[in-house]
Design a protein around this ligand. Structure first.
Ligand SMILES: Nc1ncnc2c1ncn2[C@@H]1O[C@H](COP(=O)(O)OP(=O)(O)OP(=O)(O)O)[C@@H](O)[C@H]1O
Ligand SMILES: [Mg+2]
Length: 254
């Protein structure tokens, strides 16, 4: 089914090793091939230290692989220079992190608008775009506040708005609900799911939380630097999909 869709991201034979010497060499990613299709909501889970963040960093151009290549929107990112890479990220990717990384001393509006300010976008256009995106994230009435006056849930939604303001096709999120309580995590995931469906936004998300994973459309389990299980949600209800993910966990960890 998914083979008929466009591939947005492809990883070929990815490996990543840390440490310069034979004695401290640590092979963290051990040969990963994967394809992510446009409009998928992909979740990566796995034990602490299995290499999830390392893999996400390789897939999202934050770090370079030791061997192998990453192709996003048909562009081989390893061939881009430093400036080319920065422009590429700005144009194609949006990032969400566990720690929201907002500028707490700026207004919500300015935090969301930040990625547009470097590009000489017209002021009126910025105002419209910030308002539209804030509306999607239910923070349209928070724009005048300072970021440090907002709740955690609001702060993460501001960070998501900032990630989306440049209209990226791919959102990369490392434990985006790690600092949220269950209610705010649920609200954020509902929003991400809505954006995924409405804007055909592709989402690549790492989490420790089974419930968070159950919002995705495809699941990868990473163990010791390799993908050991992979499946799609398909026609499963969210509850059945959650049970499938839980069963996978029990099998993988037994
Ligand atoms: N820059 C680095 N230099 C050396 N070792 C590193 C570096 N980054 C990660 N590692 C090692 O790679 C392994 C995987 O780390 P990674 O952060 O990818 O794990 P993770 O699956 O994201 O774990 P967690 O669930 O705790 O976030 C760990 O053993 C870590 O110590
Ligand atoms: Mg991690």
């Amino acid at each position: 089914m998914s083979s008929q869709k466009d591939i947005i991201l492809e990883a070929r034979h990815l490996t990543k090793s840390f440490g310069l010497y034979r004695t401290n060499r640590h092979d963290v990613i051990k040969g990963i091939d994967l394809k992510i299709y446009s409009g998928e909501f992909v979740c990566i889970m796995g034990p602490s230290g299995s290499g999830k963040t390392t893999l996400l960093n390789l897939l999202s151009t934050i770090d370079a692989p030791t061997t192998g290549s990453v192709i996003i929107n048909n562009i081989s990112v390893g061939k881009l220079g430093l400036i080319g890479l920065a422009d590429f990220r700005h144009e194609h990717l949006g990032f969400i992190f566990q720690d929201f990384y907002l500028n707490e001393r700026l207004s919500v509006f300015k935090n969301i608008a930040t990625p547009l300010l470097v590009n000489n976008v017209d002021k009126e256009e910025i105002r419209h775009r910030v308002q539209d995106i804030a509306y999607l994230l239910h923070i349209e009435d928070q724009l005048d506040k300072m970021a440090d006056q907002c709740s955690r849930g609001q702060k993460q939604r501001i960070a998501v708005a900032r990630a989306l303001i440049t209209n990226p096709k791919l959102i990369v999120a490392d434990e985006p609900t790690g600092n949220l309580d269950q209610k705010n995590a649920h609200e954020l995931l509902k929003i991400l799911q809505k954006l995924n469906k409405r804007l055909n936004l592709t989402i690549l998300l790492v989490t420790h939380d089974l419930l968070v994973a159950s919002y995705s459309s495809r699941f990868f389990y990473l163990k010791d630097g390799q993908i050991t299980t992979e499946f799609e949600r398909g026609e499963l209800s969210q509850l059945d999909y959650l049970h499938r993910i839980r069963d996978c966990f029990e099998d993988e960890e037994s």
